[in-house]
Write a protein that binds this ligand. Structure first.
Ligand SMILES: [Zn+2]
Length: 195
């Protein structure tokens, strides 16, 4: 069984395990923003099937997301969840517009923006740029997984699963780690470049 920190190092270093990775046992689950238009396998240099991929607009947590992640962690024994935001995110731009101009999108898109705004309030950080909104929301998304799922929280507490909240740059591939929970919290490098 892969340990959380080893799984993170595999993604961080873009390593493909020499022993092969069974497609029904992914090394990590990636919960990401749906508008990123990126190949998650390419971001972390993994083969198809090595990552359990879930995306929603603005990486908002709902019961379907929790059910998918609980399946990955409990049934597939995935030792790591990466919550992945990205630079220049349209969802975070929408949240910043809402913050600055009280301009909310209609329909269910509004709920996504409200989630991001709530993240800013909970973090208590200045919402003075799309980057600061994205940083607050990516950390709070990781926290929300533990707060809303006792199953995931228990796995983080007993250190059989870690959570990394990070953002990726689409221009240079650099990944910034904004927070880490569980067995990966001793990970020293907060910024690394995917080459
Ligand atoms: Zn996005």
């Amino acid at each position: 069984m892969t340990l959380p920190l080893a799984a993170w190092q595999q993604l961080r270093d873009r390593e493909r395990p020499s022993y092969g990775q069974s497609s029904d046992h992914p090394v990590a689950a990636v919960f990401r923003c749906a508008d990123a238009l990126l190949s998650i396998d390419a971001v972390f240099g993994q083969d198809t099937g090595a990552l359990f991929d879930i995306s929603t607009w603005g990486h908002v947590v709902d019961k379907s997301v929790l059910g998918s992640l609980e399946y990955a962690v409990e049934i597939l024994k995935v030792p790591l969840i990466v919550v992945l935001g990205h630079d220049d995110c349209p969802a975070m731009h929408a949240a910043l517009r809402a913050w600055e101009h009280a301009e909310l999108p209609g329909g269910s898109m509004r709920r996504v923006v409200e989630h991001a705004l709530a993240s800013v309030v909970r973090r208590g950080t200045a919402a003075d740029s799309v980057q600061s909104v994205a940083a607050a929301h990516i950390v709070e998304t990781g926290v929300a997984l533990m707060q809303r799922s006792p199953m995931l929280s228990r796995r983080v507490d007993d250190r059989t699963c870690g959570i990394v909240s990070a953002t990726v740059s689409s221009t240079d591939g650099e990944v910034h780690v904004h927070a880490a929970f569980g067995a990966v919290d001793e990970s020293v490098s907060k910024v690394f470049e995917l080459v």
